[in-house]
Design a protein around this ligand. Structure first.
Ligand code: C5P
Length: 218
């Protein structure tokens, strides 16, 4: 397990974060939330009044923010230039801007280097959109999680403390469209991934299935 890499990809609200943290906690692995990194860069762009819809402007400043990600699955942390942004990156302004920022190749290139450095020798569960396809194509375990859009909206709205389900659904689907359609590292089911549709499973059942996949490669 010391060197295993578990790649967990899928659209927003498919259950990636809860599953990834649960698997890492159970197996004593580290955990990396790459979505939090894209959100943190987006937060920095908003703070510095960069127009997030101007790809050239975003690209020009893609390298400036200094990120640090804590990889304990029980208490993951993220800072930008030393500021704890764990709460700020979940706010609606960041959620609304993250997909266009994430489509900028310079942002992805910069985070790819950060992500590979953090993955290091392995022993980690990594969640995102392009982990099995681009960031860690040699991962021993690749999982692609999906769920019905309705189920995803209900879960995400509850996570956000009771947001409007219909607005959350529209926001999820809009991010899916941008994330799947972009030219660089789009959301896709990677070669060799096991597809789990989580709609009708409990979180524990999904964690069990992924833990079993890890056990099978050991
Ligand atoms: O996982 P989460 O919903 O927090 O991700 C936020 C956004 O970050 C996604 O909608 C996507 O635009 C971007 N992202 C990405 N590649 C990843 C992880 C997240 O483009 N590996």
């Amino acid at each position: 397990l010391a060197t295993v890499v578990v790649a967990l990809d899928g659209p927003s609200g498919s259950g990636k974060s809860s599953t990834a943290r649960g698997v890492a906690s159970r197996l004593g692995l580290r955990y990396l939330d790459t979505g939090a990194q894209f959100r943190a860069i987006t937060w920095w762009m908003l703070q510095h009044e960069v127009d997030v819809h101007d790809a050239a402007a975003v690209a020009a400043r893609a390298d400036e923010a200094v990120l640090a990600s804590g990889t304990d699955p029980q208490a993951p942390t993220i800072t930008v230039d030393g500021t704890d942004v764990a709460t700020a990156i979940r706010q609606a302004d960041v959620t609304g801007a993250v997909s266009p920022v994430s489509a900028v190749p310079e942002v992805r290139a910069r985070l790819l280097a950060d992500q590979r450095a953090l993955i290091g020798e392995g022993g980690i569960v990594v969640e995102g959109r392009d982990i099995g396809s681009v960031v860690a194509p040699d991962a021993q375990v690749k999982v692609y999680l999906t769920a019905d859009p309705a189920a995803r909206a209900v879960r995400r709205a509850a996570e956000e403390g009771g947001s409007d389900v219909e607005a959350t659904r529209a926001s999820l689907l809009s991010r899916d469209t941008i994330d799947s359609g972009r030219a660089t590292a789009p959301l896709t089911m990677p070669d060799g991934a096991v597809h789990i549709d989580t709609t009708d499973f409990t979180l524990d059942e999904v964690i069990d299935q992924v833990v079993a996949l890890v056990g099978a490669v050991e």
